[in-house]
Design a protein around this ligand. Structure first.
Ligand code: ADP
Ligand code: MG
Length: 257
């Protein structure tokens, strides 16, 4: 047999392999596109496009450890805290994308839309079903806690949802306000305490203390009184760490706070 004859025999298989790989890639692309729409992840942000040098307070390894998605398996709550423009939504969306790529069911919603939908469902006698809808995803991302204070009924509906999801599914929450301000956001210290009780058990708190990426070229134009609004949100004191050092080579694990 000549070498040429060998080439002729293997070529169709190689071509078939290539076509199948392309088909798989196409299907995977279609699956991801559909899943992103279902998840309402319509703004695409990636971890690759996040400039960690711009936020030196942020531990890159800690974020990359989150991208392993073990927090979803452990049904933990990830809190991104920080002033406006520090990348909280970007990181939440990027982790949502990683989860979709990994085949997890995800749903993204700003808090205002979430409580609006719950209130509508309650009016229509569909609250139980709506809460079930928000508890069936492996990961629920609730963006923008604290930008607007909630009416008591809305705070109560949010509590019902958090309670239904507690220890059943992972959450990512983003907020520009510290936990000390939750009584003000939710209009009632008792509701705020009950929420925090559930949302800080099995939680990973990532506080970003930095400048706004949006304002990076125009920070000087923001009047002084408003600059103080963008002051860093303080991370709550950490509980004592578990004994034993993490291995030196591996990135730090996502230890619950
Ligand atoms: P926040 O939710 O904290 O208010 P965003 O995540 O919405 O801020 O960030 C505002 C804009 O700046 C977005 O377009 C986001 O993609 C971008 N951005 C923020 N931080 C970074 C960063 N470190 N690297 C790259 N882009 C960033
Ligand atoms: Mg945001």
């Amino acid at each position: 047999m000549t070498p040429d004859a060998g080439v002729k025999v293997t070529q169709p298989y190689e071509l078939l392999e290539q076509l199948l790989a392309e088909e798989r890639q196409l299907r995977e692309g279609r699956r991801i596109k559909m899943a992103l729409l279902t998840a309402r992840l319509t703004v695409l942000k990636t971890l690759e496009s996040f400039d960690f040098r711009f936020q030196p307070s942020l531990d890159r390894h800690r974020i990359l450890a989150l991208a392993s998605l073990a927090f979803i398996e452990r049904r933990e709550v990830v809190h991104f805290l920080g002033p406006p423009g520090t990348g909280k939504s970007h990181l939440a969306l990027a982790l949502g994308l990683e989860a979709v790529r990994a085949g997890k069911s995800v749903y993204f919603t700003p808090l205002a839309d979430l409580v609006g939908a719950l209130a509508k469902a309650e009016r229509e006698g569909q609250l139980r079903e709506r809460i079930r809808f928000y508890t069936c995803n492996a990961l629920l991302i609730i963006d923008e806690i604290g930008y607007l204070p909630l009416a008591p009924r809305s705070a109560n509906l949010f509590f019902q949802l958090v309670n239904a999801r507690y220890e059943r599914g992972a959450l990512i929450l983003t907020s520009n306000r510290g936990f000390g301000e939750w009584a003000e956001i939710f209009g009632d210290p008792v509701v705020a305490a009950a929420l925090l009780d559930r949302l800080l058990h099995h939680a990973i708190v990532i506080a970003i203390e930095g400048a706004s990426y949006r304002l990076r070229e125009h920070a000087a134009l923001v009047p002084e009184p408003l600059r103080s609004v963008t002051r860093p949100v303080r991370e709550p004191p950490r509980e004592p760490r578990r004994r034993g050092r993490p291995p030196k080579s591996a990135p730090p694990a996502e230890t619950p706070e």
